[in-house]
Design a protein around this ligand. Structure first.
Ligand SMILES: Cc1cc2nc3c(=O)[nH]c(=O)nc-3n(C[C@H](O)[C@H](O)[C@H](O)COP(=O)(O)OP(=O)(O)OC[C@H]3O[C@@H](n4cnc5c(N)ncnc54)[C@H](O)[C@@H]3O)c2cc1C
Length: 404
């Protein structure tokens, strides 16, 4: 693996690419038209190296890496920063290494974990709690991989004695504990990415929806509800809205509605993040109680009901509750208490795609959610930034090319 972590070197390479060697391709774009309602801030009438459309998990990470690398970058977000109306709300996201060992995503998750650490240093904010990942299943064996030595295989007896919270598990059930797993704080991660990007000179326009974009030989033009901007490159990271902005992918991306529930256990200390890991058992998964939010979070990973981000029913209903209560009743009865919160979120099925849009040299996009994209977002953001500035990425993600 030869990932570049030296951002000043990357900036120098970027300047070289956009300097004499590629003067024609990177000629300064036409001046942006002044915006009628731009608020008189620094963004109006300015040309950018890159515009990032959408500042959720993927876009905010991309913005951070671009700003860190020295690019002149503008991020545009239709809602507030770190809002809960897309795919990244809900206080916690699982991350783990075990399922990816030996597979094509192992280098991506390892790079992502390095990047979370770097983000924490840059922002002075913890976003990754390494509380471990517990995979509960049947007759599991440790994978044949050098990293397996750090994993803990718990037979039925060891599992029951260490995690008596789980009850009535079928014969043959065992568990593997992955110490590299844990939970990420999505809203804090997005806010931290944006915070550092701003400190590194990025411009951000929140509460401003992109209504149109166009590319030409010199660059891209982006029209929003408040103005128009130009850049050399556009990164589209609009999550569940991608299909509305990229007609060619509209039918390849399906949005569905999922829910997340928080419950008050009989004894909260039995589910505390200091001693309880994130866990997964079949299609159910959950999170320990956070220091700053009450309730034990449980969810079901399934396809979800078809949805549209503009008309999504954001009110949780009785069926949503039933979906997770049935697991709690059977296997975690001591956590089956009152609801402390219930939230609605969106999966996007399709892809994963990351790279230049087919037929475009100045527009790239990412569609890599599928219910498990957050943990990779710090690495995906870096790859998007590299593609936008250098035309390629050192992350081994050829399998995600939208052109493939
Ligand atoms: C219930 C649930 C549980 C999950 N659990 C996990 C987990 O445990 N682990 C994990 O790794 N992943 C998990 N995921 C997946 C992960 O959360 C997503 O992959 C990730 O958050 C997607 O990020 P995104 O940037 O693509 O989308 P978002 O974060 O939704 O960002 C897209 C952004 O684009 C903005 N936007 C859209 N259109 C426009 C426009 N026209 N103009 C301006 N801005 C625009 C939106 O407002 C939004 O902010 C889960 C997802 C859900 C829904």
């Amino acid at each position: 693996m030869t990932f570049t972590s030296d951002h000043s070197m990357r900036r120098r390479r970027f300047v070289q690419i956009c300097g004499s060697a590629a003067a024609v391709a990177c000629a300064p774009a036409a001046a942006a038209e002044p915006s009628a309602v731009s608020g008189g801030d620094a963004t109006s009438g300015k040309d950018y190296d890159v515009i990032v459309l959408g500042l959720g998990a993927m876009g905010s990470a991309c913005l951070y890496h671009l700003a860190r690398g020295g690019a002149r970058v503008l991020g545009i977000e239709q809602h507030d920063l770190a809002h809960a109306l897309g795919s990244s709300g809900g206080l916690s996201r699982q991350t783990k290494v075990l399922p990816y060992l030996g597979g094509r995503s192992e280098p991506i998750i390892r790079r992502a974990n390095e990047n979370w650490i770097q983000l924490e240093k840059d922002a002075g904010q913890q976003v990754f709690h390494r509380c471990g990942y517990l995979r509960i299943s049947n007759n599991q064996k440790l994978p044949d991989h050098p990293a397996a030595k750090s994993l803990d295989l718990l037979d039925a007896r060891a599992f029951a004695s260490r995690f008596p919270q789980f009850e009535k598990l079928p014969d043959g059930t065992n568990a593997i504990l992955d110490p590299e797993g844990g939970l990420l704080r999505p809203e804090l991660a997005i806010a931290s990415h944006c915070h550092v990007a701003l400190r590194r000179g990025a411009h951000i326009r929140a509460q401003e929806a992109v209504t149109d974009w166009r590319s030409d030989d010199a660059g891209v033009s982006v029209t929003t509800s408040r103005g128009q901007y130009r850049a050399r490159h556009l990164v589209i990271a609009a999550g569940a809205w991608n299909g509305k902005l990229i007609p060619a992918f509209k039918d390849k991306l399906q949005v569905t509605r999922l829910t997340l529930g928080w419950f008050e256990p009989q004894q909260a200390e039995h589910f505390d993040i200091a001693s309880f890991p994130i866990w997964e058992h079949g299609s159910y998964y959950g999170f320990p109680i956070l220091p700053d939010y009450p309730g034990f979070k449980v969810a079901k990973h399934w396809r979800g009901d078809p949805a549209d981000p503009e008309t999504l029913d954001r009110r949780p209903g009785a069926n949503d509750e039933k979906l997770v209560r049935c697991y709690l009743e059977k296997h975690l009865p001591s956590a089956n208490g009152s609801i402390t919160a219930f939230k609605v979120c969106m999966y996007v099925h399709g892809g994963p795609w990351l790279g230049l849009l087919p037929g475009q040299t100045r527009v790239s996009f990412i569609a890599a959610c599928n219910g498990g994209g957050f943990k990779f977002s710090s690495a995906y953001g870096e790859a998007l930034a590299e593609i936008a500035t250098e035309g390629r990425t050192s992350l081994p993600i050829d399998f995600m090319s939208p052109a493939a």
